[in-house]
Every structure is written in C-alpha cells, then in structure tokens.
Ligand binder design. Sequence first.
Ligand code: PBG
Length: 320
Amino acid sequence: MSAFPVTRLRRLRQSGPLRDLVRETSLSVDDLVMPLFVAPEALPNERLPGLQRFTVDGVVAECEELVRLGIKAVILFGIPETKDEEGSGAWIDDGIVQQALRALRPRFPELLLTTDVCLCEYTSHGHCGVLADSLNGSEHIDNDASVELLARTAVSHVEAGADVVCPSDMMDGRVAAIRELLPQTPIVSYSAKYASAFYGPFRDAAGSAPSFGDRRGYQMDPGNVREAIRECELDVAEGADVLMVKPALPYLDVLRAIRDRFDLPLAAYNVSGEYAMLKAAAAAGDMDERAAVIESLTAIRRAGADIVFTYWAKEFAGWL
Ligand code: PBG
C-alpha cells in the first residue's frame, strides 16, 4: 500500500453516502430478536426502563405493534404464578409461556416465536436446574435430572407453537436431550453463557435470583475463552443450529473467537445490565442514547454476531 500523501483514508469519509457505501458492518431489524416477559399480571419493569411484564393479552397487543414496526422475531420469558422446587411451571401444558404461545401462534403466522428454555424463573430456589444432595451434604444442581426437565420444557413450548427453542441453563448435555425429542426444531443454544453480574436487572424483573449460592457451578467463568470453544464444539456435536454468546459487549473477543472457528450462525445476547447501564447513562445526560445504541449493536455485529437478542429491538425498529 502506498503511503501518505498518495493514500488518504479520509477521502472515503467525506460524506454520508460514501460512508454508507463502504461500511463493513450492517445493522437491520432482520438481525434482531426482541425479548418479552409474560406474567399473570402486567407490571412496569423498574429495572429495565421502557420494558414491562405483559399478560397474555398484553403480549398479543405488543406483538401487533412489534410486527407493525417490522420486528420479525421475539424470545419469550415466563414469570409463573407460583414457583416450586422442580420448576414445574416451565413445562406444564398451561404454563404462562405455553398460554402466550397458543395466543400468539394463530395470530402471527409470520412472527418467529422463540422461547428461553430454563428453570430459574420457575424454581422456588431460583437455580437453573433441580437440586440434589451432594455427598458432603451441601445442595448442588443435579445435571442429568435437570436436563430431562429442560427437554420436557422445550417439547411443551413446541407443542404450544414455538418455532425455535433457546436453552439457557448451561447444564451439560441439554442440547442432545432436546435434539433427541425434537429432531425438526431449530435450537439456538446459549453455548457460552458466563456467570455474569450483567444479568442483575433481568433477575430482578423475572424474580429469578438464586435464593442461595450463585450460578458459577454451571455458568462459565468470565476469564475463559478456550472453554467457550469447547462448549460450542459440544453443542455442534449435540445438534445445535445456532451458537450464542452471552453477555455481548464485555465478551466481544469471545464472539470473534467463535466466529473464526465455527460456520454456524452466531448469536449474541445484549443482556439486561448492558441495557440498564446505557439507559442510566442516557438519562443522566452522559450520552446520546440512540447513537450509543447503534454503536453498541454495530460493535456486536462487527465482532461476529449474525443475530442480536436485545431489549432495544423495538426502539431501534421505531427509529428507522
Ligand atoms: C435464564 C436467563 C437469564 C437471562 C436469559 N435467560 C438469567 C440468568 O441466567 O440469570 C439473562 C438475560 C438478561 O440479563 O437480559 N437462565
């Protein structure tokens, strides 16, 4: 490459149309998935400004608006009326997510309905799996028993109308268990899901904070990236269709590492803490929200994500 003064990189930055023409990373509503919380009662979400818990009727009305704005995919989370040790609200036929799916499916044939498959919103203890007594007497999460219940949950979502299931529990072998029961259903696996402080607002919204201990026994250690590759290798072998990294912004290097090694579509979850942080900064007048959101989502895409799960999907669609 010839150097200055022959080469002047500012030449291509002179105008909006030129910059648009040479931009390497695109961002469109086609890439985004909007998370929705469904609960027996509507509730504004104090920790996630602008978002709320919807009733089944409310979620139908919200999806009408989302479809009108051009949103093509949503992910449903459920907050059940009651919680129990096994998280039975996750898989029962008339669970809250199942009710929402039955209401949405016939009304929105074109809207992609994806579901988060996990037990933490449904268990009384708030862990992503069921408890077992370990040899030393302290409680821990029983991997294989949990996997069975997670697979049951995925099946009940598909029976109620889900197009895609997204297991987010981080138990070993859950993709294989779901794949065996659902050979035709796309699985978006939360493959590299880290034990992160950035889920704080979500747990508050979903009432899913663990009542004892933490999730470090099943979610990944934030220091690890080679382990993320191993998680992805296993998910591919078990039959996942799409890999996911979560959270997104603090883990852009993980997205890049996975993008470089795997040819599967890659998703990133721009989580509640990332959303709340930027909302707070914008509310304090520290940043221009729209510019910061577009920059963040572009960075996630540039790092290698094809798909971004983000609470900004609706607002972003409204800006276009
Ligand atoms: C369920 C689940 C969580 C999130 C997505 N699925 C919570 C958690 O693992 O604690 C987090 C989403 C967010 O913070 O926006 N396991």
